[in-house]
Design a protein around this ligand. Structure first.
Ligand code: PEP
Ligand code: MG
Length: 849
């Protein structure tokens, strides 16, 4: 009779499954359990010796079927087979069937006297019964887009009807950005989704697997879904595909085209190299080469696999928190497009397949000297190298370039595990940075005063290094083939970021021409900045205050250089991020005072801590909330944690002693919240007074208008405060009930929605009737097309990320109030966000915006 062996990482699990089977088929069935290890300190694992003993206990020449719980048990089972005599080995069959259902199905067949093929086939189809039971829930109608598509071949594990077949619609296929969108959306569902392309099936929750599937435009993709939300997950995939997987194919991927073209074609000569014009400007200087790579790991004795795995899990979660912070900062400073790359990195780190691979390596370390034992850092490094190699093997240049993200993520976790910082990108003197592609972290840490120019081998005009270079005003040429080999450290080179040209060894004449071009460029830049310094006054004399949104003291100088007249929103939660404890009163006082001192008397609005929602701070225990955006965010959290809030208020009062400032409360929805915050402020003042510590009460106290409740209560809030600042990002998401970070509802979550515009109008009116000023500090303020609308709606102040300031000021100077009022009136009469947006864009091209 066929014997059955159950291999599990836990002894109890293996024994428990055996008990279930025996209860069904009787205890004379030849079934043996092999779970756990002999090591009492590390009982979880699959021990090959135990597997071998179990096989021997049920062995007959009819055959033995081995079922395993997790993938890593495969290695233990394989090792166990090798311990057996060769004549027995050929009768042992490892089977991928599910452990519980497979064991029952196999045992029933075996007890009926079936042969090994039949037993194995029965075990493999063991999920069919469950699938049939769930089928009515899982079945979804095919979308019109797929009507007529050939029926997809489905893996046996998935029930019929829970699959859809699509043709990859977007020009670049499932590259990093659409893949990240797909994975993010699917992770919101309780569904196990797989994608099949040309017979290869991958886990749709694994970013690395989705990207390395290499799906291109026109490829047929079959999505199989199982689980409670299978229908909804498939519907979301259809919706995403109908939106071209979120890609705008009208945007020319300049870099990609040129990268493709330079594959052996015209990459330049010895005198001159060509690349993609990525950021305007001319630079001359010595080369500094930077090649990111995974650092080697220092050998150390490995602990038990479970201990190593726990270390790795901790390192991954710390790295995730770090990345989430970088993403938030990048989003605030440079916008969503740049932050997308960090979304992708976060998904890479959360990738279930990546983690399973490392886990397999670690837990197979009990296999003897050839394989283990292995440390967490060694296992992590090995798996990251394998994933990086998979990206390098792709025949798509754009996808290949994503290997930098893999390395970046790999380095970040290794740093946590080993405590060894990756060599910082530290330039000793002002230089031209030459690199394969800047990792996002390198790019974020660049010191613009040391980087004269940037040359990368990969990337195009839209790569993150290009975008960052433009934001920082650093001339850059990307996609220069062979730059790392052809440009040597210290060699003085010239580059023209507008033309995409690099001169490896400019002669005297060339050098003189480059110097003259650089002078001209610097002069033009200075003129643009001077323009930014001019006030924002309409042609008929209405002045608006234009301020900057900042996340920390380091950003003030750049904001002023862009023409900011003050800071309209200091997002103080960033002082609390990326650390393990909240900053104390002195530290906060110093940070606020530094911002105020740099502003030298210009207005400063400090927003009190706005955590919660998409800005969790791990050490501030906000509890687990089912709907964090509707939970204890902003002022709600602060009022529930008066000690933390009072520390911040005391620091603001103290900083105000030297440089008086304004305080703003986020996420206000009822008048009592303002009253309670004021009470706490009064307590803080009394305390400081009795302690003899110098302070100055805030010049003004205002609230952000971010909730529909605050809009509807604006007339009641206005008499209680000195100003309103409309947070259009949150206001839009709450009015439209559409998550601001969910691509699936991006169209709804548009600040051009007529209802959002009406809310802004209502708030401005309520504020002005009560005699207070009204500003707006959401992303809408940085959108050049909305300038006439916002001016026409009567806003008094606009605060935005500072690179947008010169253009916004310029647009205001080109307006008259009657024009702006008419534009606002017309925009408010329109009935869709698309119509509003189209109308405003059109006005912009008329030269009014
Ligand atoms: C807003 O909601 O518009 C806003 C400015 O606040 P934040 O983006 O920081 O939530
Ligand atoms: Mg907000």
């Amino acid at each position: 009779m066929i014997g059955i062996v159950l291999v599990a990482h836990s002894e109890k699990l293996a024994q428990g499954v055996r008990d279930i089977v025996v209860q069904m088929v009787g205890d004379d069935a030849p079934i043996a359990a092999a779970g756990g290890t002999d090591n009492p300190d590390s009982p979880i694992g699959a021990d090959p010796l135990r597997v071998m003993s179990a096989i021997e206990a049920v062995y007959s020449d009819d055959g033995v079927l081995v079922l395993m719980d997790l993938g890593s048990a495969i290695m233990s089972a394989e090792a166990a087979i090798e311990f057996l005599p060769p004549e027995e080995q050929e009768h042992i069959f490892l089977c991928e069937a599910p452990l519980v259902e497979g064991a029952i199905a196999a045992a029933v067949q075996a007890m009926g006297g079936s042969d090994i093929e039949r037993v194995m086939a029965e075990a493999r189809s063991a999920l069919a019964a469950k699938a049939t039971q769930l089928e009515p829930i899982l079945r979804i109608k095919p979308s019109p887009a797929q009507a007529g598509a050939p029926p997809a071949e489905q893996p046996a594990a998935f029930p019929e009807g829970s699959a859809i077949t699509l043709i990859t619609p977007n020009r670049l296929g499932l590259h990093a950005r659409p893949a990240a969108k797909l994975v993010t959306i699917l992770n919101r569902f309780q569904a196990d989704v797989r994608i099949t392309r040309e017979g290869v099936t991958v886990n749709a929750h694994s970013l690395n697997q989705v990207v390395t599937l290499g799906a291109r435009q026109g490829d047929e993709l079959t999505f199989h879904a199982a689980g409670r939300d299978a229908q909804a997950a498939l519907a979301a995939i259809i919706a995403l595909a109908e939106e071209n997987f979120g890609d705008d194919d009208s945007e020319a991927p300049v870099g990609i085209a040129i990268n493709d073209a330079v594959g052996g074609v015209d990459a330049g000569s010895d005198d001159e190299l060509y690349g993609v014009p990525a950021a305007e400007g001319v630079a001359i200087g010595p080369v500094f080469r930077h090649q990111p790579a995974l650092p080697p790991v220092v050998a150390r004795a490995a602990e038990a696999p479970a201990v190593e795995w726990a270390r790795l899990e901790a390192a991954i979660s710390e790295a995730l928190a770090e990345l989430e912070q970088i993403r938030t900062v990048t989003k605030e400073q440079a916008g969503g497009v740049q932050a997308v790359i960090f979304d992708a990195q976060i998904l890479m780190l959360q990738d279930p397949e990546l983690q399973a691979q490392v886990q397999r390596l670690l837990f197979s370390s009990d296999l003897g000297p050839e394989i283990g034992p292995i440390t967490a850092e060694a296992a992590w490094r090995q798996v990251i190298e394998e994933v990086a190699a998979a990206y390098r093997r792709l025949d798509d240049a754009y996808l290949q370039a994503r290997v930098v993200d893999v390395i970046d993520v790999g380095q970040r976790v290794l740093r946590r595990l080993t405590g060894i910082e990756a060599a910082p990108l530290a330039l000793e003197c002002p230089s031209i940075l030459v690199t394969r592609e800047l990792t996002p972290s390198d790019a974020a840490a660049l010191d613009p005063s040391q980087v004269l120019g940037i040359i990368t081998e990969q990337g195009g005009a839209t790569s993150h290094s290009a975008i960052l270079a433009r934001a920082l005003g650093i001339p850059a040429v990307t996609g220069v083939v062979g730059a790392l080999e052809r440009l040597l450290d210290g060699q003085v080179v010239g580059l023209d970021g507008e033309q995409g040209r690099v001169w490896p060894a400019p002669g005297e004449d060339q050098m003189a021409a480059l110097r003259a071009q650089r002078r001209r460029w610097l002069e033009q830049r200075a003129t643009a900045r001077r323009e930014g310094e001019k006030p924002a006054i309409t042609q008929d004399g209405r002045a608006l205050e234009i301020a900057a949104n900042i996340s920390g003291p380091d950003e003030v100088t750049g904001a002023l250089a862009n023409g900011a007249e003050g800071v309209g929103l200091f997002r103080t939660e960033f002082l609390f991020m990326g650390r393990s404890a909240a900053p104390g009163e002195d530290e906060q006082t110093a940070a606020y005072a530094r911002v105020a001192a740099t502003l030298a008397g210009r207005p400063l609005i400090v927003r009190t801590l706005d955590i919660g929602g998409d800005k969790p701070i791990p050490y501030l225990d906000a509890g687990v909330e089912a709907n964090p955006f509707l939970g204890r965010r902003g002022v709600r959290y602060c009022l529930d944690h008066p000690a933390l809030f009072k520390t911040q208020l005391r620091a603001l009062l103290r900083a105000g002693a030297e440089h008086p400032l304004k305080i703003m409360l986020p996420m206000v929805s009822v008048v009592e919240e303002v009253a309670r915050a004021k009470e706490l402020l009064a307590v803080a003042q009394d305390e400081l007074e009795s302690e003899g510590i110098a302070f100055t009460p805030p010049l003004e106290m205002g609230v952000m208008i971010e909730t529909p409740a605050a809009v509807l209560a604006a007339d009641q809030l206005a008499p209680e405060v000195d100003f309103f600042s409309i947070g259009s990002n949150d206001l839009t998401q709450y009015i439209m009930a559409a998550d601001r970070a969910n691509a699936g509802v991006a169209k709804l979550a548009s600040s051009f929605q007529p209802t959002v515009l009406r809310a802004i109008e209502q708030v401005v009116q309520a504020g002005h009737e009560a005699g207070i000023w009204v500003g707006l500090c959401g992303e809408l303020a940085a959108n050049i097309a909305t300038v006439p609308l916002l001016v026409g709606l009567g806003l008094d102040e606009l605060s935005m990320s500072s690179p947008a300031i010169p253009e916004v000021k310029h647009a205001i100077r080109n307006l008259t109030m009657p024009q702006a009022t008419e534009i606002a009136r017309h925009a408010l009469s329109l009935s869709s966000a698309a119509a509003v947006e189209a109308y405003l864009m059109d006005r912009g091209s008329d030269g009014l915006g």
